[in-house]
Design a protein around this ligand. Structure first.
Ligand code: NAD
Length: 248
């Protein structure tokens, strides 16, 4: 028996990177998984990989910052899954810029994709979870939410917002059988870090006790634990798989 046998999950940003690893790990543990990414085509590779390993998965498309698109995608997901037990709010972007030079558009896009999305997806799955008195909401924040980072003030503000949202929602629903927690990864080898300058990347690595980037498969087990019955006593916490970031 997998640890998520019979559970129904949605993973946003599940098309690649950390989200893809979480979606695959959930499927291996017995969950049916909806991969929500910008388009259904963006989720196809993860879905195929899950299906080839004998799991059940389905892709839906939506820009997670768009209220209407999210409404349609969650309804589609619910129709395929039957119900939603586990939501992983993982989709995110990272851009770089000094606050003094930042346009309002760049700020707003970051807050919309990385923070408003968490609110939009979460509020649609809550009614069913509250009715069944069981649910797991797991938000991918970042170690930078604790630490701050030059040239990523908008990203840090959004991720710190995700942590605040996580802690507050845990208070609202924690006595109704629903846990809400955040994962704050350190630098992980994905497209986000692959597009950074070599200097910035090396500076990040030098701040880690472990002295290397993490892998997506070093993050997914934390999500599995929080999603399973083993995670029942975690409420409103941040778990920090970050390679030993001594500046936190
Ligand atoms: P990634 O770029 O590999 O994957 C992000 C996924 O989110 C992609 O599939 C992308 O299509 C999807 N996505 C982005 N914007 C979207 C939107 N508007 N609507 C729908 N889907 C959208 O990045 P990743 O490193 O796997 O990042 C996943 C999460 O982890 C993000 O929230 C990121 O901020 C966070 N994180 C990453 C790192 C890291 O070092 N890689 C560290 C800490 C936190």
């Amino acid at each position: 028996m997998g640890r998520l046998e019979g559970k129904k999950s949605i993973v946003t940003g599940g098309g690649r990177g950390i989200g893809a690893a979480i979606a695959k790990a959930f499927a291996r543990e017995g969950s049916d998984v909806v991969v929500l990414d910008r388009t259904a085509a963006d989720g196809a590779e993860t879905v195929e990989a899950i299906q080839q390993s004998g799991g059940r998965a389905f892709a839906v498309g939506a820009d997670v910052s768009d209220e209407q698109a999210v409404g349609q995608a969650i309804a589609e997901a619910e129709a395929w899954l039957g119900q939603i037990d586990i939501l992983v709010n993982n989709a995110g972007i990272q851009t770089v810029g000094l606050i003094k030079d930042m346009s309002v558009q760049m700020w707003d896009e970051m807050i919309a994709v990385n923070l408003r999305s968490v609110f939009l997806c979460t509020r649609l799955v809550l009614p069913g979870m509250l009715e069944r008195r069981w649910g797991r909401i797991i938000n991918t924040a970042s170690q930078l939410a604790h630490k701050g980072a030059a040239e990523r003030g908008h990203y840090v503000a959004a991720k710190a917002g995700v942590v605040g949202f996580t802690k507050s929602l845990a208070w609202e629903v924690g006595r109704s059988g629903i846990t809400v927690n955040a994962i704050c990864p350190g630098p992980i080898d994905t497209d986000i870090t692959r597009t950074m300058s070599q200097d910035l990347l090396q500076a990040k690595i030098d701040e880690l006790i472990i002295g290397r980037l993490g892998t997506v498969d070093e993050i997914a087990p934390t999500a599995v634990m929080l999603a399973s019955d083993e995670g029942a006593y975690y409420l409103g916490v941040t778990l920090n798989p970050n390679g030993g970031d001594y500046l936190i």
